[in-house]
Write a protein that binds this ligand. Sequence first.
Ligand SMILES: Nc1nc2c(ncn2[C@@H]2O[C@H](COP(=O)(O)OP(=O)(O)OP(=O)(O)O)[C@@H](O)[C@H]2O)c(=O)[nH]1
Ligand SMILES: [Mg+2]
Length: 319
Amino acid sequence: MHPLAEKVLQGDVRATGRLLRDIDDRVGSWLDALSDLHPYTGKAYVIGITGNPGAGKSTLTDQLVSHYRRAGQRVAVIAVDPTSPYSGGAILGDRIRMQRHALDTGVFIRSIATRGQLGGISRSTADSVRILDAWGAGVILVETVGVGQDELEVARLAHTTVVVMAPGMGDEVQAIKAGILEVADVFCVNKADRDGAHSRGHGAGMLDLARETLRAKENEWLVPIVKSIASRGEGIGQLAEAVEKHKTWQQQSPVGLARQQMRAQGELDVVFRDLLIEAARHDLATEINAATHDVYERRATPYQAAQKLIAIFRGNPAR
Ligand SMILES: Nc1nc2c(ncn2[C@@H]2O[C@H](COP(=O)(O)OP(=O)(O)OP(=O)(O)O)[C@@H](O)[C@H]2O)c(=O)[nH]1
Ligand SMILES: [Mg+2]
């Protein structure tokens, strides 16, 4: 067995961090390590925490860490895309908000920054989930901001996705319309201590719209709405309970089973697309250059150029 993989199985936090970096950078025999660990994965429960910038996702995540630690579980946190333009440098903020767990060897916190390449975040997140699963995490919390393509893919990796919104921040109605609720298995209204959470102001507008949208989902699972005050640790138990209910429901319902298949498909998709593009870029470096030139010179449309490349890649460069 790969020496790093062996240490991961022993729960070694440093070795786990090292292997995660090696996998991201693809150095050493990272693929062997990943394969070695595969038989030890599939146990962790992955919870996605997504929502607007500043809604309180990290604060909530931090509280959930405590909650699951108290229940005796090992917990991992993956904070994705912390380079959000809204919060600028939230990587540090996320760290600070979860600092009280820094010395706890039963907690692993990892940040994944934008990698600038399509699918990079999804693959990196999926690999991290696998490694942290083997490390022994009972629960893996994945924090993402917003509803970009990457976030949707990340949400698909989760067993249960919690969408967090805070009332009165001005952009929540926009976010609901943009389809953020599509990924919600549990809807959490955080900052319930704020006026907007109760009054007929902005917040009520959000809740009404959310209820309407959630009802319209009709996928047999009625998305529960939980209120929380993350900064005071209130509502965390109810939130964890809602997640637990969703877990149980999935285990019993055909929809849940279908979703497991979709998750497997998503996992393969992320890696397959990535490796396919990589292989093609490697094998066809010269041809891609030529094709780029064709597009630049307007001798071919991007579609024609791409199709030609695919034909060459398939080994039948007809025409
Ligand atoms: N009043 C109030 N403030 C809260 C609550 N939860 C979090 N906050 C505060 O809201 C701010 C943002 O919280 P974060 O947990 O960093 O929010 P986030 O969604 O992770 O933010 P980004 O990762 O930057 O998108 C912090 O100052 C928190 O202390 C709450 O329930 N009530
Ligand atoms: Mg955060």
